[in-house]
Design a protein around this ligand. Structure first.
Ligand SMILES: NC(=O)c1ccc[n+]([C@@H]2O[C@H](COP(=O)([O-])OP(=O)(O)OC[C@H]3O[C@@H](n4cnc5c(N)ncnc54)[C@H](O)[C@@H]3O)[C@@H](O)[C@H]2O)c1
Length: 353
């Protein structure tokens, strides 16, 4: 953590007008940031480092700022000179959000408009927001498009949708807004999460040789993490005319959770042979179920994810074999709700000061 966190202060201002990534030390950020650097962008990561910063690379064109998105003054200083912002930071799932809903709202909603306004005032040209396909809640529509009504089942999802509305008000010829509604992401990241469907199933298949499926009939849309990162790169590079004010679903495959468990079992049994892997089913109260349609992003932006759920499982198996995922059942940093719970709300509030 120390090495990565000191990169910015040691590295000084990036040479080029940078892309600022809030939440850049998170699961998605740790795959996205190296791709941005590789593509030649200078990058600023602005993150509270709730899960550490070990996954953040060290690079001469990367500045790392440990900061809270609720600290608008500090954020405004960090964003000065940036041409684009990718906003990933938040309390990023339902269970962590529900630990302290009032506190979570300060991070996921209350600070959003001040943050967007600070970006616009700083001359940022493009703002990309990580919403979520969970804004659809439950839908039995055969294809849930961006025009379908939002029926969020939880506050986490509700505020994702409400932030979208705030952001759309700021769209202008000099401030291009882009909203992505990604499916559940899967696959390996240097900052790993084992609280996402395919990742949980894989962890259990590898380490316990037993997959527990909660429910099973719920439809889950999945997206490989490398594809997730590529979407942001693609949206950065495309002209304003194609993306301005756009809302895009991003997913590749929709499967019931029970089917995902079978896919995971088949790959893990092939790539990490051992005891046969069992599948057990338990009831669930997580009712999210929707079959998202990602035709708009394909037709308007020419983007279609290329990697499968099986690829993500296979990548995770490779990471397990390489020893990159130690203590995967017990290390609390892999599970957002456990880490956020361990940080008392007081600690989170103090971080603003
Ligand atoms: N992972 C998925 O399956 C998925 C799917 C759809 C949408 N999304 C969205 O994508 C984004 C990234 O998700 P992720 O999986 O990388 O989440 P993550 O929890 O791994 O990362 C979130 C990052 O935000 C930081 N953060 C939290 N509160 C902060 C604050 N107050 N100030 C500054 N930084 C703060 C954390 O330290 C962390 O590094 C989130 O907005 C999430 O809602 C994720």
């Amino acid at each position: 953590m120390a090495a990565a966190a000191s990169t910015g202060t040691d590295g000084g201002a990036p040479r080029l007008s940078p892309v600022l990534v809030t939440g850049g030390a998170g699961y998605v950020g740790c795959v996205l940031v190296p791709k941005l650097l590789e593509a030649g962008y200078a990058v600023v990561v602005y993150d509270l480092m709730l899960f550490g910063a070990e996954g953040v690379p060290v690079h001469p064109n990367l500045r790392v700022v440990r900061g809270d998105i609720r600290d608008t003054e500090r954020f405004a200083a960090a964003v000065a000179g940036a041409h684009s912002v990718i906003h990933l930071a938040c309390i990023s799932n339902d269970p962590s959000y529900e630990l302290d809903p009032a506190l979570s709202k300060t991070i996921n909603y209350d600070c959003f408009e001040p943050l967007v306004a600070a970006c616009k005032a700083a001359g940022v040209r493009r703002f990309m927001y990580a919403s979520s396909s969970s804004v659809y809640g439950v839908s039995d529509a055969p294809e849930v498009t961006e025009d379908c009504p939002l029926r969020p089942l939880t506050d986490y999802s509700r505020y994702k949708g409400l932030c979208e509305q705030v952001l759309l008000r700021y769209q202008s010829p000099t401030f291009t807004t882009v909203i992505l509604r990604p499916a559940t992401v899967c696959g390996y990241s240097p900052r790993m999460r084992f609280d996402l469907t395919v990742n949980i199933l894989t962890n259990h298949a590898v380490t316990r040789r037993l997959i527990t499926v909660f429910g099973g009939a719920q439809q889950r849309a999945s997206l490989h993490i490398e594809d997730m990162a590529e979407v942001y790169l693609r949206c950065l590079a495309l002209p304003d005319t194609l993306v301005a004010g756009g809302i895009f679903n991003v997913g590749r495959e929709n499967h019931p959770v029970a089917r995902l468990a079978e896919l995971v079992r088949a790959i893990v049994e092939r790539e990490m042979p051992g005891e046969p892997i069992g599948i057990r089913t338990s009831p669930t109260d997580d009712l999210r179920s929707y079959h998202i349609c990602s035709r708009r992003i394909a037709e308007r932006l020419g983007y279609a994810p290329t990697r499968s759920v099986q690829d993500a499982v296979s990548d995770l198996c490779a990471a397990f074999r390489a020893g990159k995922l130690p203590n995967s059942l017990t290390d609390e940093r892999y599970v957002n709700v456990k880490t956020v719970q361990a940080m008392t709300p007081r600690l989170l509030l103090e971080a603003v000061r």
